[in-house]
Design a protein around this ligand. Structure first.
Ligand SMILES: Nc1ncnc2c1ncn2[C@@H]1O[C@H](COP(=O)(O)OP(=O)(O)OP(=O)(O)O)[C@@H](O)[C@H]1O
Ligand SMILES: [Mg+2]
Length: 377
């Protein structure tokens, strides 16, 4: 077992990718490892149906492909089509809606490599995207291919793989525009090298998946020229409460197993309290249609996963290994309120408006959830 905190998607799901490849009978776009249909199955899963395939040693195997992304199938299909076309893909949306998650899994299924990633920030420079130099060699020998240190764009273009550009709208304009010639002419110029070596022509399979968060600097900050070279795909928050419960359940279970806490129990009722609370505060309305205040902090599915995981760790370290509503409430303020005291008021008023009536009707664990209000300080 690896002691890495987190493995990239292509290693976490290596068997699934192998199974999909071995059973893939549809045309595979040049430079891709799987057909578009198989990429879709990797992202959306095969349900209860197992894939039958033969491994390299000729053994018959059977593998269920897990569901990674919960959302509209057409969104995933459109994203796959865009990546096979001559345009880049930009996934935009609220924080924590699985933009990075989707981009990682698409890159794993299409190129078998999700690690060619550039992280956009105000301080990013062109050489972190294109290439830089080994200065000792550069000084000793002058510019040469040997002295060149390729960055993700160089690798993606020369090996024909997808390059991920996270939070692209946080990068300065001129750095973003580095992508223009890569996307339109499919060439990366290296003016320091002699003419016949001074460029990389993108191999088939190369494309760019960028993500942008609507809460950070606006997507409008991208130049019109660059915008034209991307297809935009908005990733909405999970609409369906049950789907969100499933996401949190499977993610927390995975995290617990990876951390060696597989014996800790996060029961369905506690999970429902946690996810319903996030879902309703985010949507501004309860399932009964009562209006509730929205918090200014991010109450995304991703935050629900981390509160669920922390509550489970708490139960494992200091409780009896079974997550109680109190454990969840203890970690809610740190995840949701952060340093915003107004949001504490939002949480407390949610308890008055939404939790109390359910506690009075003695619904499931809602009474214990009402009592857990004392931790919201
Ligand atoms: N629709 C969804 N399907 C599957 N998982 C989801 C979904 N929405 C959120 N998640 C979970 O939320 C987590 C966070 O997602 P991710 O980090 O990709 O968000 P993001 O949209 O990139 O956020 P940010 O804008 O802050 O970078 C993922 O681990 C994923 O499990
Ligand atoms: Mg992200």
């Amino acid at each position: 077992m690896s002691d890495a905190i987190r493995l990239p998607a292509e290693r976490r799901h290596a068997e699934e990718l192998e199974a999909l490849k071995a059973s893939d009978h549809e045309p595979v776009p040049p430079g891709w490892i799987l057909s578009p249909r198989a990429v879709e199955r990797f992202v959306l899963g095969t349900g209860d149906e197992a894939i039958s395939w033969q491994d390299a040693g000729g053994q018959d195997r059977s593998t269920v492909v897990s569901k990674k992304f919960y959302g509209h199938d057409v969104l995933v299909q459109r994203a796959i089509v865009t990546l096979a076309s001559d345009r880049g893909l930009l996934l935009i949306g609220e924080p924590g809606t699985a933009k990075s998650w989707l981009s990682e899994h698409l890159a794993a299924a299409i190129s078998g490599d999700s690690l060619l990633t550039v992280q956009g920030s105000a301080g990013i420079t062109e050489d972190q995207i294109k290439y830089s130099w080994n200065y000792a060699l550069l000084l000793a020998e002058g510019p040469s291919e040997r002295a060149l240190v390729p960055a993700p764009l160089h690798v993606g273009m020369s090996e024909g793989k997808l390059v991920r550009f996270e939070e692209i709208t946080r990068a300065p304009h001129e750095v973003q525009d580095t992508l223009l010639s890569a996307l339109s002419d499919k060439v990366l110029a290296i003016p320091e090298l002699p003419d016949d070596e001074g460029y990389v022509l993108a191999r088939r399979g190369f494309n760019i998946i960028a993500t942008a968060n609507t809460r950070d600097r606006g997507v409008n900050e991208m130049s019109a020229a660059l915008k034209r070279r991307f297809n935009f795909e908005t990733v909405p928050p999970v609409e369906d409460l049950n789907a969100e419960i499933q996401i949190v359940r499977s993610q927390v279970t995975d995290l617990l197993e990876q951390g060696g806490h597989g014996g800790t129990v996060l029961g369905d009722e506690v999970l429902e309290l946690l996810v319903t609370t996030f879902h309703e505060i985010r949507g501004g309305r309860t399932t009964e249609g009562v209006k509730v205040d929205r918090a200014s902090s991010v109450m995304s599915t991703a935050e629900a996963v981390s509160v669920g995981f922390q509550a489970a760790l708490h139960a494992s370290f200091f409780g009896k290994g079974r997550v109680e509503p109190d454990h969840v409430a203890l970690h809610l303020a740190g995840a949701a309120v952060k340093d915003n005291q107004t949001d504490l008021g939002v949480l407390r008023s949610y308890w008055d408006v939404a939790v109390k009536p359910r506690a009075q009707r003695e619904l499931g664990l809602w009474k214990a959830w009402w009592q857990a209000r004392r931790h919201l300080v």
